[in-house]
Design a protein around this ligand. Structure first.
Ligand code: SF4
Ligand code: MG
Length: 328
């Protein structure tokens, strides 16, 4: 399998002022600290974890919007540049972003069809009538009815606006869609519609998705594979089916146990995480999860577990699974 997207040992560190320290003394905030994964064409990978674990920073580096401190991103066989060069613009046509808040992306002064057409105009080539035709087609494909095409963003509902954003992202026929919390700004009543739509579009158009969310319920519904992040690192990665059925890392188990389910069996009681959410500037020694882990032992406090293949293709970073082969 040749990966469409290959993320290799990606890191982003920031120097931040040491709290209470003299001027000039710095701490290092490791927002992302050595993340690697691959995504094949047409597949969906969920990147999950609590807020501040490095999901959005990873997405920005994937898209070349942020320079990594270390590591690199390969997309369709080429390195993703992080400067606004013509090579970057060429790549960016093939990888599009869907943000959380449609209103932050849409121009309030323009009818939505003009905004869907805009990427084609920037690209050049097609005639004006052909551009409009393509815009109408993709708007219909995301479930917008023609009477909405000429409306302004504020005349549409939140769900309709997110459909416009999707149409705008899809009109250039990208091979990768990066969705950062695409439904969390929407009303609960329309979240399911947009999720179903994303699933349908993904099937129909064969576009791969990097799906960032803190909501595991949604990820389970949308994703083929899942990577769980904690304090800038992946702690578990595998197929969604296996990860939800049999989570291996104690953090993944806690996250999954917190998904509300009326059918939950009694033995899968909710696991309450101990301690405070971590401070990314003072990452605990050894396994960064150890202050909150019910299984922590002395070795966990001293030695950081590497992400290693456990069974088949699943990767886990935990000493409980230490009889494993390190991932290369
Ligand atoms: Fe818990 Fe230790 Fe595994 Fe970390 S390495 S998740 S502290 S058991
Ligand atoms: Mg975020």
């Amino acid at each position: 399998m040749t990966a469409l997207l290959s993320v290799n040992n990606l890191a982003r560190h920031y120097a931040v002022r040491k709290s209470g320290a003299w001027f000039g003394q710095r701490d290092v905030l490791r927002a992302v600290d050595g993340v690697s994964f691959e995504l094949a064409a047409g597949r969906t990978l969920g990147l999950v974890g609590e807020s501040g674990c490095g999901k959005s920073t990873t997405a920005k580096m994937v898209l070349g919007l942020l320079a990594p401190s270390r590591g690199n991103v390969q997309f369709e066989g080429a390195a993703v540049p992080h400067k606004r060069t013509s090579a970057w613009r060429q790549l960016r046509k093939r990888m599009q972003m869907v943000y959380q808040d449609p209103l932050s992306v849409l121009d309030r002064r323009l009818p939505v069809i003009n905004q869907v057409t805009e990427p084609l105009i920037v690209l050049g080539g097609a005639s004006a009538s052909d551009q409009k035709h393509q815009a109408r087609e993709i708007m219909a494909a995301v479930g917008l009815t023609p009477h909405l095409f000429e409306r302004y963003p504020h005349e549409l509902s939140g769900g309709q606006r997110q459909r416009v954003v999707l149409a705008r992202a899809l009109i250039l026929k990208p091979s990768l869609l990066v969705c950062d919390e695409p439904i969390s700004a929407l009303d609960v009543s329309i979240q399911a519609q947009v999720i179903n739509l994303l699933g349908d579009l993904q099937q129909k158009l064969g576009v791969a998705m990097l799906f960032i969310s803190h909501d595991l319920k949604v990820v389970r519904h949308v994703c083929d594979d899942v990577a769980v992040m904690y304090l800038g690192r992946i702690v578990e990665q595998g197929s969604a089916e296996q990860l939800f059925r049999d989570p291996a890392h104690p953090y993944t188990r806690a996250l999954i146990s917190a998904i509300p389910s009326p059918r939950r069996k009694q033995q899968t009681q909710r696991i309450i995480l101990q301690g405070e959410p971590p401070n990314p500037i003072q990452v605990p020694s050894g396994c960064a999860f150890h202050p909150r882990c019910a299984h922590a032992t002395a070795v966990c406090r001293e030695i950081r577990p590497e992400l290693a293949i456990v069974d088949g293709a699943r990767r886990v970073a935990c000493h409980l699974h230490a009889t494993t082969v390190p991932h290369t």
